[in-house]
Each structure stands twice: as C-alpha cells, then as structure tokens.
Design a protein around this ligand. Sequence first.
Ligand code: CA
Length: 218
Amino acid sequence: MTTILLVEDEPRIAAFVSRGLESAGYTTVIVDDGAEGLLRALAGDIDLVLLDVGLPTLDGFDVLRQLRAHGSSVPVIMLTARSSTRDTVEGLDAGANDYVAKPFTFEELLARVRSRLRESATAAGVSVAHGDVVLDVLGRRATVDGREVELSAREFALAEQFLRNPGRVLSREQLLSRVWGMDFDPGSNVVDVYVRYLRGKLGVHHIITVRGAGYRWE
Ligand code: CA
C-alpha cells in the first residue's frame, strides 16, 4: 500500500487530485493546513508528499524546510501556484524532489508521482522504516522511536522480512527459508523464539500472531 499525503487548502484541487490518485491505486491523506501537514508527514507511514505553497499556519516552503530539518527524506513534490522561477528555485533549495506548476493535468501529476516513487523505491534498499521502527540495512542498525536497539544478525534479517512486507501474513516456512535458509528443520520452533526476541526489542504490538498461518507486521 502506497500512501500519498496531499497538503492542499483548496478543496476543489484536493478532491480532484485525491480522486485521481485513489483510482490509480494509491491511498491518500488530505490535510489543508501547513503545520498539520508537517506533523502528518513526520508520522512515518507516508510514501510521498504533494505540497502546496500557499497554506494556512505554515507555507509549503517552511513545511518542507522543517521536514528536512527533522531528517525526513520522504519524496516531496511541490505544487507551485505559478511557474515562477523564484518558487521553483526556493522549493528545490528547501529540499523538494520535484515541482508541478498549477494548473496541471492529472496525467502530468501522476507521471511525476510515479517517477518519484520509483526513485525512492530504489533508495529504499538502503533503509526500511515502518511506524517507529527503522532499519538501516547498510549500516545494520535498528532504531525504535529514534533510540538505537541491538539486534543480532538473525534478528535483523527477521525484522527486515517483516518491515519489507508490512500487513502481510508470513508463514513460519517462509520466514525459515528466507532468514535461516533451506537446511533448517521445518519442525523447528526457532521462528517463534526469534519473534519473541524481536517483540522484546522492538515492542510487543508490532508482530501479530495469526493462528495457523504465521505472523504479520502491523
Ligand atoms: Ca493554497
């Protein structure tokens, strides 16, 4: 599931964009205020932000600067009111990944959305995040709510399987073969033991037991 946050205070534009994105298979969240948009973008479950410039409480440039200052690398496409060079330069300086000048056609916007999401999917090989849990795959470091947590190599590999497949049931057999390799005894309870370890380290509420099927990351 790909979730797009739309920060736009013009109800007609918000409705038009959101309807199009939903029918293209994306989940959308609409916020009509800058400060609220910033909080929502920082919540961690957003894959891409469409950000208007003229907004109540905080304008789009301020939202973007604060978002980057908080360390967020979520892709952001600015919706600039004019195709003015000043807006474009200021947006890119503040850390925007792209911009679309109003008025735009939906196809134009969708093409930008798809291409920015594709780029970030490539970069996502480096780090995976879900909710408050972040795995830095290259550095082999895990953090929960910003605090670093020590994980063994197996724990890390298991956590990575869950974070790359959030909301999906993973069977014990799948987890055994992906994390421990095929040579492991399928009757072994090692998966259950390691799920217990992970619950202890990452928080008990993330991994749900699905009776008779396996485990699911919530
Ligand atoms: Ca506006």
